[in-house]
Design a protein around this ligand. Structure first.
Ligand SMILES: C[S@@+](CC[C@H](N)C(=O)[O-])C[C@H]1O[C@@H](n2cnc3c(N)ncnc32)[C@H](O)[C@@H]1O
Length: 245
């Protein structure tokens, strides 16, 4: 079965993503630096500047991975929970704590183990593109955010221009295949990134989804000339029905 077929259904994508991040967890930090040419830290700093949590703010970092965004929020005095579905990612995040006061949990962002309105800020770095049901993920975020709370998401974009998109995806496929072969003897490992971008609605469409699911003041900041983006949205007071209000 091809990679594209493997992630074509929600169940298939769920299984594929779980296995993939378990496999790459130990090399995740290294790969992120290589694939972003060292820019990833800067993009995450930008996300945190937009969020600007006040000391004591309740922050939930979804798909936290090894915890970069969670640690950045904790450094500003926020009360942080980092959540990820991959056990190994959470073990690696714990290992980086060195006494920093924050909490890491294994969990699924499609079924968050928190009551409604439990957080002031929800962040995610490269998280939304990986879930098998984007609408459900947005509704879960809306449910756990307090009214007026902020959502910030950094992710790859799916460029709307067909030529730019083709060149971008071809580049990511070639680099991903080479790295996958070198590090895991499996060229598909990092070809998942372009495959998931092909499936992704793109930054503008995701912004419209936030608006349709009860978020207001939705902004989409282009990063790397629009190849990536940061969404910033506010959980409206009268949020979507799906939040259970
Ligand atoms: C590309 S990594 C991003 C890690 C980190 N946020 C960062 O910016 O470096 C994507 C993460 O999403 C996690 N993930 C995928 N599906 C998830 C889900 N349904 N719930 C929670 N985490 C999930 C993976 O385990 C992986 O750690």
């Amino acid at each position: 079965m091809s990679l594209r077929q493997a992630i074509a259904t929600p169940d298939g994508k769920r299984r594929y993503v779980r296995a993939l991040f378990g496999t790459i967890a130990d090399r995740y930090d290294f790969i992120t630096v290589v694939l972003s040419y060292g820019q990833d830290r800067r993009w995450k700093r930008r996300l945190m500047t937009l969020a600007s949590p006040r000391p004591g703010a309740r922050v939930l970092d979804l798909a936290t991975g090894t915890g970069d965004i969670a640690f950045a929020a904790a450094a500003l005095g926020a009360k942080v929970v980092g959540l990820d579905i991959t056990v190994r990612m959470i073990e690696l995040a714990h290992a980086k704590r060195h006494g920093v006061a924050l909490q890491f949990l294994v969990g699924d962002m499609l079924a968050l183990p928190f009551p409604a309105r439990a957080f002031d800020i929800v962040t995610t770095g490269y998280g939304l593109r990986n879930v098998p049901d984007l609408t459900k993920a947005i509704d879960e975020i809306g449910r756990v955010l307090a009214p007026g709370g902020q959502l910030l998401s950094l992710d790859f974009n799916r460029p709307s221009n067909a030529i730019v998109r083709a060149a971008y995806l071809a580049y990511l496929t070639a680099v991903g295949a080479a790295l996958g072969w070198l590090l895991h003897r499996d060229p598909d490992t990092y070809r998942y990134i372009p495959a998931s971008i092909r499936q992704y609605p793109g930054a503008d469409a995701v912004a419209r989804m936030f608006e349709a699911r009860g978020f207001s003041r939705v902004r989409c900041y282009p990063v790397l000339g629009g190849l990536m983006s940061i969404h910033h949205a506010i959980r409206a007071n009268g949020a979507h029905r799906a939040h259970g209000d």
